[in-house]
Ligand binder design. Structure first.
Ligand SMILES: [Zn+2]
Length: 105
């Protein structure tokens, strides 16, 4: 086994594991509170109601995502992109870096 292992990103409030470094696609996103990461998969979250969101890159159908233990708002999930160049974001998750902490197992 290699010594390297992917970090886990956990809820900063309650340490609930939310996403794995193996599913981290990009670190260069921006959300209201500042920097955000794009993940292909997330777990232990609850999705809020669907809404349309106007972002710099266009209009998306999104849902807010929350920690399923403490309820903290984490970011959003892209449900649908209306611009063809943004389709790759569908089904993926934006999590604000201010809401998570990085842990090594
Ligand atoms: Zn939490």
């Amino acid at each position: 086994m290699a010594e390297y292992s992917n970090p886990t990103y956990s809820c900063r409030n309650c340490r609930n594991p939310l996403a794995s470094g193996a599913h981290l696609l990009s670190k260069s996103f921006l959300a209201k509170s500042g920097k955000a990461f794009l993940f292909s998969e997330a777990k232990n979250i609850v999705e809020g109601p669907k809404e349309h969101k106007q972002l710099i890159t266009g209009i998306f159908k999104t849902a807010e995502i929350h920690c399923n233990i403490c309820g903290q708002a984490l970011g959003w999930k892209y449900l649908k992109a209306y611009d063809l160049s943004q389709k790759y974001k569908e089904g993926k998750f934006i999590i604000e870096t201010a809401k998570i902490s990085k842990e090594y197992n």
